[in-house]
Ligand binder design. Structure first.
Ligand SMILES: Nc1ncnc2c1ncn2[C@@H]1O[C@H](COP(=O)(O)OP(=O)(O)OP(=O)(O)O)[C@@H](O)[C@H]1O
Ligand SMILES: [Mg+2]
Length: 449
């Protein structure tokens, strides 16, 4: 565990004391941000929270206790050590009640300081280690980049491993967002073709001519405008894997041609007279039940039989017992990193809303919800208010939805501020109050100043 991972802030208006502590900690290998007042510290802390904050109690403007309160409101996991004069030890006791790790009295004795700092750093390191371990467990809770420990997904993982080396076509079926593409890539990676390309074509929404051109390519002058020859997708996947996505959407005529490719192992570029021999493995994905499509006459039976050596069905997210929280934690970790945030988890109400939702868009929808929520969330834990509106229980559905006026006011102020990108003046104008009233309300409600 490296000391460099611990971010420390020292806040003291006595510049000499602050610089002495900074130097002392730097000599021990801890990088330290030094501030001479609370305002500039909070500004930095909001974008990049520190693990340890060492602050003087008496400061001009925002004092040590206020810093402590704001830090704990945002990030309960930041440790705070306060420094105080002998005459004001009472205020240090208040600080401990408000969640400070401990206090030091001035003048600071370096041996006492070292002792305390090593205790608090032990605590922080232990927490970081636990979080790392959790991330590791999540990464291991699945296979080949796919998360899941539910019996339904274990069955899928087992099938992928069995079918991957067999070199036969596979139909991957599942509702939108269930991970069909991920499965196709896993099959390719675990197959003997893994060092060859995997290419994919979405068969939906294109005309028969366009698909033919994409799949087979063409010779020079095959049609007006074909100024040069073009390699088709199938050819470029020679010795590799082709994923035909949304295969149920493939036009009927094209289905005939594809069947021929599979049967004969060769293709003709458009306008070509000689065939090209190919060695490709075909994987086909669909969010419709292909057997049903065959019954309804929308998909060719002979092609279906050719492809259906093996069908792998992906369960809906709702059917994967226990996987929701593994996936939610996985995406929390992913988007915390992507957006440089440090959101710790979910409030009980947010958990309830996430658990009750139906996820018609399956894992992709959960991923999108988490991306959006983490981008907008402000710190600490995700609250039910941070979730997209359609996840929140309808108003009036339980007693707790009769909220106090103060609660509503706090919420409304936060929303308006978000809507105007934090511009205080504009927000005050919309709310019909003066800037100083707005400031007082922000302070009262513990909202970021
Ligand atoms: N088991 C899983 N573990 C982690 N991430 C997953 C899992 N399943 C799906 N995802 C993620 O969800 C998103 C959707 O997955 P994918 O594109 O494979 O789904 P799909 O079934 O092909 O969707 P569509 O039908 O819309 O094409 C991707 O970002 C993917 O990384
Ligand atoms: Mg897909």
């Amino acid at each position: 565990m490296t000391r460099r991972r611990i971010r420390i802030a020292v806040i003291d208006d006595e510049r000499i004391t602050g610089m002495r502590l900074q130097e002392h900690l730097a000599a021990k290998g801890y990088p330290v941000d030094l501030f001479f007042d609370g305002e500039s510290f909070l500004e930095r802390y909001r974008c990049a929270p520190h693990n340890l904050v060492i602050t003087d109690m008496k400061l001009p403007g925002i004092d040590g206790l206020e810093i402590l309160n704001q830090v704990k409101a945002r990030q309960i996991e930041t440790e705070v050590v306060v420094i105080t004069g002998y005459a004001t030890v009472d205020s240090a006791i208040d600080a401990i009640k408000a969640g400070a790790f401990h206090y030091l009295t001035k003048p600071i004795r370096l041996d006492a300081f070292d002792n305390l700092i090593s205790q608090v750093i032990q605590k922080i390191l232990l927490r970081i280690e636990t979080l790392d371990l959790k991330a590791l467990i999540i990464r291991k809770a699945g296979r080949d980049g796919m998360i899941g420990t539910s019996p339904e997904m274990i069955r899928v993982f087992d099938l992928i491993e069995k079918v991957a080396p067999l070199d036969c076509p596979v139909i991957i079926q599942g509702q939108s967002g269930t991970g069909k593409e991920l499965v196709a890539r896993a099959i390719h990676r675990l197959s003997n073709r893994h060092d060859q390309p995997i290419v994919s074509l979405n068969c939906g929404g294109f005309s028969q001519e366009l698909i033919a051109n994409e799949l087979f390519g063409h010779e020079k002058a095959a049609f007006t405008g074909a100024f040069s020859a073009k390699t088709g997708l199938l050819e470029s996947a020679d010795h590799g894997t082709v994923l035909l996505d949304e295969i149920a959407e493939m036009p009927m005529d094209m289905q005939v041609k594809l069947l021929r490719v599979i049967q004969e192992g060769q293709i003709y570029r458009l306008g070509a007279t000689r065939p090209i021999h190919l060695d490709i493995r075909i994987l086909a994905a669909s969010n419709r039940d292909l057997e049903e499509e065959v019954k309804k006459g929308r998909f060719r039976e002979d092609l279906y039989f050719r492809l259906n050596v093996m069908t792998l069905s992906l369960p809906r997210l709702k059917e994967r017992e226990g996987d929701l929280w593994l996936l939610a934690d996985h995406f929390l970790h992913k988007f915390n990193q992507a957006y440089k945030k440090d959101i710790k988890g979910f409030s009980p109400k947010a958990r309830e809303a996430l658990a009750n939702y139906s996820y018609p868009g399956n894992v992709r929808e959960l991923e999108n919800i988490m991306a959006r929520t983490i981008a907008l969330a402000e710190g600490g834990r995700i609250q039910v208010e941070d979730l997209p509106p359609h996840l929140k229980p309808p108003a009036g559905s339980d007693d707790s939805s009769f909220r106090s006026l103060e609660d509503l006011e706090k919420d409304h102020i936060r929303k308006v501020l978000q809507g105007v990108n934090g511009q205080r003046e504009k927000a005050a104008e919309i709310l019909g109050i003066t800037r100083s009233t707005l400031w007082r309300k922000l302070k009262k409600f513990n909202l970021p100043l």
